[in-house]
Design a protein around this ligand. Structure first.
Ligand code: SF4
Ligand code: SF4
Length: 154
């Protein structure tokens, strides 16, 4: 009677609620675009996604002010999702210990991250000694334009 436990399991599974998160809609809409249009008009509601865990690897966050342009993140990125950006030199005033002011030409190096290329491995956040890179819990990143504003972090 090996089939009896299996039959019992099939019966139980057929009446149980699905354990998967029915995101973004309880039933597959005929058209996602149409569904999103109905959501915008308030005629339909999005089923929220499950909460992300604390160490979730979502869209990269970049703190430009903490970055010193060292370039280490570029070297470790396996997806070549990061490029260095060199801004035109600017002249800044520097004051030494005696209070003498002099002009210094400063070239600012920073980075730009292409989210569409990122594989969310976390290598760049691990290597950055300035904590200029971190990973957010944002994961709804799909778009038709890989160079859309939302896909470039700088
Ligand atoms: S983000 Fe960090 S590792 Fe990358 S260039 Fe800036 S300081 Fe260096
Ligand atoms: S998370 Fe990985 S793939 Fe994404 S930018 Fe950082 S190193 Fe590159």
């Amino acid at each position: 009677m090996a089939g009896l436990p299996m039959f019992k399991e099939i019966l139980m599974q057929s009446v149980k609620k699905p354990v998967t998160n029915l995101f973004p809609a309880l039933r597959l809409p005929k058209s996602i675009t149409g569904f999103l249009g109905s959501v915008a008009e308030g005629k339909a509601a999005i089923t929220p996604p499950v909460a992300t865990p604390p160490a979730f690897r979502g869209k990269i966050v970049y703190d430009r002010t903490a970055c010193n342009g060292c370039g280490l993140c570029l070297k470790v990125c396996p997806a070549h999702a990061i490029e260095q950006v060199v801004y035109p030199p600017v002249t800044v005033s520097v004051t030494d210990a005696e209070g003498n002011v002099s002009a210094k030409v400063k070239k600012e190096k920073r980075v730009r991250i292409y989210v569409a290329n990122c594989i969310f491995c976390g290598q760049c956040t691990d290597i950055c000694s300035r904590n200029a890179l971190s990973m957010s819990s944002e994961f709804l990143l799909a778009t038709e334009d890989r160079f859309a504003e939302s896909q470039i972090v700088e």
